[in-house]
Write a protein that binds this ligand. Structure first.
Ligand code: AHG
Ligand code: MN
Ligand code: MN
Length: 336
């Protein structure tokens, strides 16, 4: 649905709902609640550097409130708001080992998986971080949801997106009808449509991978990255390297400009044989977004991220995601 740039996200969501007469408005309500949580986190993120300056670095701040680390703050902000939204039956967060129940009497028909703050290592150094979210329809009939409602393949997501706390705060999401980007005007607290129907370039410009993990990658992955960095005018190679250690920021830049991001499996840490990134609230939502934008997302053993049946809430998967032609090339090379 094409809408003029500048339309507010609330107006966009209401108009989109009109295209689906059968819609109850619950998904719209869910997204709007998430947006409120995102604005709250954005305000706190923009203050983060002041925590020490304003004497809030101790156990209690000047208002006598307990200071929470930013990712704990983000987690609590989302859990509190969404648990009583009435749209969810169960949640899972990177910050909580087990499933998160919703408030009794507020059970709804969707589930939410989220990374409250992606890029935590960048919080104290003022580099972009973000919140990633994934929404499924519940499978269980009624009442409190269970882990089975959460362990669904990414292909079944009804919505996916992120809020990027960068030089500006952006909301990027899809409900399966294209990818829309909204930019926050903090002076009025409104998200305005700034990037309509985002399509990612077929060919990458940037490669985003932690090259210092290279000695720990599988041999064919090492060879693939050597190959794509060889000059090849017909493919605009060599590309440039851009890797800032916040998946959501690296993903967003590549979505807008064209790029390929990878976090392959490595032997560096035996506790993480499949790399660092999690399926339910990092790889799967970004995979839905990139496919909606014309790109692709696979594992380093050539499975489509969206087809993977999750077996564990915090299951890690190797991830190669971005411009279609480069991910196709990775798939062809790594399947040999
Ligand atoms: P999180 O902060 O949610 O744990 O995620 C951090 C992830 C991801 O954002 C980023 O791409 C990756 O960690 C960086 O890992 P390395 O520092 O190992 O490259
Ligand atoms: Mn993360
Ligand atoms: Mn995180």
């Amino acid at each position: 649905m094409r809408r003029p740039l500048g339309v507010t996200v609330h107006r966009y969501i209401v108009d989109s709902q009109r295209l689906h007469p059968e819609a109850t408005g619950d998904l719209s309500g869910l997204l709007n609640e998430l947006i409120v949580a995102g604005k709250t986190i954005s305000a706190e993120v923009n203050m983060a550097g002041l925590a020490d300056v304003l004497g809030m670095s101790g156990k209690t701040n000047i208002q006598g409130e307990e200071v929470q680390k930013l990712d704990e703050f983000a987690n609590r902000t989302i859990v509190r708001r969404m648990a009583r939204s009435g749209y969810l039956c169960v949640m899972t967060s990177e910050e909580e080992d087990d499933i998160i129940p919703v408030e009794e009497g507020y059970e709804g028909k969707y589930t939410l998986a989220f990374d409250p703050l992606d890029g935590s290592s960048n919080i104290d150094v003022n580099v972009s971080i973000g919140t990633i979210f994934s929404v499924h329809r519940r499978l269980s009939k009624e009442g409190q949801g269970d882990i089975g409602d959460l362990l669904q393949p990414g292909r079944k997501q009804v919505a996916a997106g992120y809020i990027l706390y960068g030089s500006s705060t952006m909301l990027v999401f899809t409900t399966g009808h294209g990818v829309q980007g909204f930019t926050l005007d903090p002076s009025v607290g409104e998200f305005y449509l700034s990037h309509a129907d985002i399509k990612t370039a077929e060919r990458a410009r940037y490669v985003s991978v932690n090259t210092y993990n290279q000695p720990f990658w599988q041999k064919n992955v090492q060879e693939f990255f050597e190959m794509i960095n060889r000059p090849d005018k017909s493919k605009g190679r060599p590309y440039s390297s851009r890797y800032i250690g916040s998946l959501v920021a690296d993903f967003h830049r590549n979505l807008i400009t064209g790029g390929i991001f990878a976090y392959p499996r490595d032997t560096k840490d035996s506790s993480k044989p499949y790399g660092k990134l999690r399926l339910l609230y990092e790889a799967a939502p970004l995979a839905m977004l990139i496919e909606q934008a014309g790109g692709r997302a696979i594992t380093d053993d050539c499975r489509n991220i969206l087809d993977i049946e999750a077996e564990d809430l915090h299951q890690r998967v190797p991830l190669i995601i971005g411009s279609k032609l480069d991910v196709d090339e990775a798939e062809e090379f790594l399947s040999r």
